[in-house]
Design a protein around this ligand. Structure first.
Ligand SMILES: Cc1cc2nc3c(=O)[nH]c(=O)nc-3n(C[C@H](O)[C@H](O)[C@H](O)COP(=O)(O)OP(=O)(O)OC[C@H]3O[C@@H](n4cnc5c(N)ncnc54)[C@H](O)[C@@H]3O)c2cc1C
Length: 510
């Protein structure tokens, strides 16, 4: 049964009672997202309490000319991907919060046997973490940096972090999905049952179905993490070390490898102060080599420590010994596993305090092949962005072989590719948002003009030709076929602007 269904026209006609302002507020929140650059008012926000509610909303849309449906996770997209102008927005958090118990442990027949979590599509990864660790001492292997994102939202994109090189992205860490497709049918799919639907939905940008439940494999949760950073003055040395680390055999590998570019200055947001691990040593710029340029690089690694393990400090020092970073500019600390995974919450708190959390976020995320990353660094990071972007510039490698080619995600050609995440936070007095959006466009044009092997992550394109170029001919053909199979009226995820809603004359009775 639907908990709330508020049509704007109906709301306007009704007297002002206690429920109305809340529903209007929900409509407004659903009209935009974390990016704050797009506004698309829905006709109604639906709060489903079950997969059947999701199916009812989709069937209602199928019967109504022009009506579309967008699942909204936590609205952390940056280009309106979870909006539905004049359509229905499904508040997937409502589905997660109404389910009791919210998560369920599945499997674990014998100690050490396979274990899974059955979680609602609208659960936050943070909720999965706390439930898994506190209740069972278990946790998923693959994370995002920030955990206040929903399971359905990241599985519709990819879900990457420093664990991806070793454990695969989140789309490689799913055993089963419950999905309501665009024809209003609820199906359970997995690599062995309805595999085409399963892989279509993973990285499928919400185009093929609404994920109402996901079964996530669990492993023993580490107790602690040895977390370390090391500074480089040369991109070539940084990249060589990062690539060496992500291609090491599992018994010699870190559990987490990331890294970022930063400005060679004392700027509190863009420069040296952004490097030290909280509570650790301070950055001594006197240790930088004389010829260091305007942009520096910081490798970030972590090694898990399980309850019976000995201290990992010595192991991490040993593993970092062959690296070519600037001696003396390394930072390390032991932190709890949950604290480590929750580290971006501190960034959120500070951004909320200084107002930049609620300001627009003209972010750009790219995957750039190893073949072209040095040129990209020269032209874009050291070229256009040498003064920083008032936020992290993540640049770290991962491996294509950890991604299943059957999913809908589009990746560069090379086995090693870098995530480049330009996570701009707008501070008062900085460049106008329009200029930053224009600069993102310029970066994309630079990639195309130079023929860089790259793909947008969280792509935002307008029109079929751009989407076809994004996917490449064969993958685009498969994407279109899957759309026709699972959402023939193009009801779902209209905010991605890939397929126009089919006209009423094509409507089928569902
Ligand atoms: C501060 C911050 C940090 C981030 N860090 C990372 C990171 O480290 N790694 C990373 O990979 N990403 C990261 N992201 C990006 C994040 O993965 C995307 O924003 C993603 O869209 C998830 O956000 P969401 O759950 O709010 O989904 P939404 O933005 O609400 O939705 C995203 C898309 O998925 C669809 N969708 C949502 N739920 C469902 C569902 N249940 N079924 C089907 N389709 C659905 C929507 O219709 C929409 O098209 C970060 C974002 C922010 C704001």
């Amino acid at each position: 049964m639907m908990l709330a269904y508020m049509d704007r026209a109906a709301a306007a006609a009704e007297p002002e009672d206690a429920g109305e302002p809340a529903a209007e507020a929900a409509g407004c929140a659903a009209a935009t997202d974390f990016g704050g650059l797009v506004s698309a008012m829905p006709a109604a926000v639906v709060r489903p309490a079950s997969a059947e509610d999701v199916a009812s909303a989709i069937r209602a849309a199928a019967r109504t000319a022009g009506l579309t449906v967008a699942a909204r996770g936590n609205g952390h997209s940056v280009a309106g991907q979870a909006t539905a102008e004049g359509g229905l927005v499904l508040d997937m958090r409502a589905l997660a919060l109404s389910r009791r118990p919210q998560m369920q442990l599945v499997g674990c027949p014998v100690a050490g046997g396979p274990c899974f979590a059955d979680v609602p599509g609208g659960a936050l990864w943070e909720e999965v973490l706390h439930w898994g660790v506190k209740s069972h001492g278990l946790a998923p292997a693959s994370w995002t940096d920030y955990l206040r994102l929903t399971v359905g939202g990241t599985l519709s994109n990819g879900g990457v972090s420093g664990q991806s090189f070793r454990y695969g992205p989140q789309v490689s860490n799913v055993a089963e999905l419950e999905v309501v497709t665009g024809d209003g049918e609820c199906r359970v799919c997995s690599p062995s049952s309805h595999p085409d639907l399963f892989f279509a939905v993973l990285g499928g940008l919400g185009q093929f179905g609404v994920i109402t439940r996901a079964r996530i494999p669990l492993r023993r949760a580490p107790a602690q993490v040895r977390w370390a950073r090391a500074v480089y003055a040369s991109f070539a040395e940084y990249a060589a070390d990062a690539e060496w680390l992500v291609t090491r055999a599992p018994d010699a590998a870190f559990d987490y490898v990331e890294g970022f570019a930063f400005v060679n200055s004392d700027d509190p947001v863009n420069g040296w102060p952004s490097v030290p691990i909280p509570g650790g040593a301070r950055f001594d710029p006197a240790l930088l080599p004389a010829g260091a340029g305007p942009v520096l690089y910081c490798l970030e690694v972590a090694l898990y420590r399980y309850p019976d393990d000995e201290d990992k400090a010595a192991a991490v020092s040993r593993m970092m010994a062959p690296l070519k970073h600037v001696r003396g500019l390394e930072f390390a600390a032991d932190v709890g596993y949950v604290d480590f995974l929750s580290r971006v919450n501190r960034v959120e708190e500070e951004a909320r305090r200084n107002g930049s959390w609620d300001a627009p976020h003209p972010w750009l995320n790219l995957f750039v092949s190893v073949r072209d990353i040095a040129d990209f660094d020269r032209a874009v990071i050291k070229g256009m962005l040498a003064d920083g972007i008032d936020g992290p510039m993540l640049v770290y490698p991962m491996l294509k072989s950890k991604w299943d080619p059957n999913t809908s995600v589009a990746l560069p050609e090379g086995e090693i590719f870098y995530l480049v995440a330009l996570l701009r936070f707008c501070r008062g007095g900085g460049p106008a948002v329009g200029e930053l959006v224009a600069q993102n466009g310029e970066i994309l044009r630079e990639c195309r003009a130079n023929g860089y092997d790259h793909k947008a992550y969280f792509p935002s394109y307008r029109g079929e030709a751009e989407w076809a170029r994004h996917f490449g001919a064969a993958r685009w053909r498969r994407f279109v076929e899957r759309k026709a199979r699972y959402d023939p009226l193009a009801i779902l995820a209209p905010g991605q602007k890939i397929f126009p809603r089919a006209p009423a004359s094509v409507a089928v009775q569902l």
